[in-house]
Design a protein around this ligand. Sequence first.
Ligand code: UD1
Ligand code: UDP
Length: 358
Amino acid sequence: MKILTVVGARPQFIKAAPVSRAIRKSYEEVLVHTGQHYDKAMSDVFFEELNIPIPEYHLHVGSKSHGAQTGEMLTKIEEVMLKEKPDCVLVYGDTNSTLAGAVAASKIHIPVAHVEAGLRSFNRRMPEEVNRVLTDHVSKWLFCPTQTAVNHLASEGIQKGVHLCGDVMLDAVIYNGALAKEKSTILERLDLKAGAYLLITLHRAENTDDPSRLSEIIKAINQIDQPTILPMHPRTKGKLVQFDLRITNPFVNCIDPVGYLDMLQLETNASKILTDSGGVQKEAFFAQVPCITMRDETEWTETVERKTNVLVGANSEKILHALAQFEVDFTRVDPIFGTGDAADQIVQQIHADLVEGK
Ligand code: UD1
Ligand code: UDP
């Protein structure tokens, strides 16, 4: 069995690591990196730390408008697929690399497996929502992290090929958690005390590309009165310059994006996490750290229902209020994201359907 995997953006490297490992135990994998993310801190660092094999193909597509980026990926991915003739194409999440991989494969009749299927924000202005809806609708296998995701697909008429397997990000955290504790020296390097700092990530287009939302968020960040670390996504760095906004708060240390092990260590030891990232909302849950999400809606509704995560939009008052007041009792929270064996389940299911013809 030959699986062709398409990745391109930071969270996809992290999601692909456990699945790649599971595939390569018994089967052949061709790894394609679209080049959507290309800075060392956004790409290479994850391949090195997570022992992800060097991609067989690097397409170097880089940053472009949605159409230009997705279009160039489509053309180049199709060429690779025609040459490699895989049995199946594996895509992750909801980026432009996901959509390009799924569309390229489905047009030439290669079955698509979508990991993290069924997620919905019901906000079609998000590029991610468009990418995930379209990808789900051309996929043969829809690997869902949660029952909510399964339900979303059912309400769109998709039941065949849907598998509830848990979240591959939990697999990654379980595999790397102890390693992060042992190897990461980030707390010492940044002079942070466990449990006594806030962690912030901010990159979602709906926040960074809208000057009024971004300035509200920066207004809140500039009023924080406790040690805070902010590994800054390159998109945000660019937009702050473009809109002439500055983080001037001496409590807030803005650093370059960090590697995964450092990130796990920062998350685990933070007192609270303020974010607009999808992956970081889940990792906050795994680390049992209260999560404050700077969005108006989330795909990870289960975390909000369990009151481990609170939505504050891009409202500086709500952000500051949650930072001061929001507390979580994790002792009574049930697990949501499976048991950490999603990667094995995904590979076994694809093999069963393709090779054993079950
Ligand atoms: C992309 C995904 C988003 C995901 C995020 C993960 C889409 C539409 N968006 O958003 O769903 O949450 O990745 O991080 O696919 N840049 C660099 N260096 C890099 C990469 C990006 O400088 O290595 C800068 C460029 O100015 C670029 C901007 O960041 O234009 C945005 O990059 P892009 O990949 O288009 O979108 P993300 O915001 O990273
Ligand atoms: N991450 C990281 N270093 C950072 C910021 C994030 O390793 O400086 C990891 C984080 O732990 C999570 C993933 O990147 O596993 C989330 O990616 P991101 O927030 O870019 O995208 P999203 O999940 O929102 O699509």
